[in-house]
Ligand binder design. Sequence first.
Ligand SMILES: [Zn+2]
Length: 264
Amino acid sequence: MNSDLMASLFVFLFGAVVGSFLNVCIHRMPREISIVTPRSTCPNCKALIPWYWNIPLVSFLWLRGKCGRCKRPISVRYFLIEVVNGIFWWFLWRQYGFSVEFLTSLVFFSMLIVVIVTDFETGLIPDQITIPGMVAGLFFSLVGHEHFLQAVWYQRLLASALGLLGGGAILLVTGWFGKWVFRKDSMGGGDVKLLAMIGAFIGLKNVLLVFFLAPFPALPLALWQRFVKKEETIPFGPFLALAGALLFMYAGPIQNFIARLYGV
Ligand SMILES: [Zn+2]
């Protein structure tokens, strides 16, 4: 096997292993169960899952998506998250090679995956993701990556902190405004902390773009939810996360596109 293929496989498998940990976070964080203890159990028969039934990718296929003891089906989501995270890691590695940008994007994207699934499933964005996420964003800016290229470390840290405060503030103010106009809560605190975390990773200018771009894909879903399913609200977090991931990778092209749109 040539070394490029070996590295691809290694990055993909590592991503799948971390994806298996993300599954634990997705299941436990909104339910406020510790992610360290207790060990994984079958949600149906509550049996402890031995390590050989808990191998990422392999066990799900081997057991054909069923619990090894009670044979009840296990959600295909567990397998999909592992595969998707593996593919993301591989894609990010192709994009950045082994670099600070690569490491930063791994942490950022993995956290966004947890947020997207928990918010869709439970309407909650766990603080156990967004608070450490803010710290991670500040830390990686300090090391320096393509969104924070200022010469001196405290300038980079300041730029990241501005993104954090700006991202949080704009949603906080929007939420107050929404409450004032509609007389009800329109923006959750989880969204505020999520956009603050995104700002810490991509800076003030990009996080403002996330704020303006995220509603566009959310709008068709909101209309569908309102008129077809007759439900009032949709989670906004997944769209913030999606826009945040796009701005992380394609800030330059997106900024150019918008500048041309307005002829600046
Ligand atoms: Zn079982």
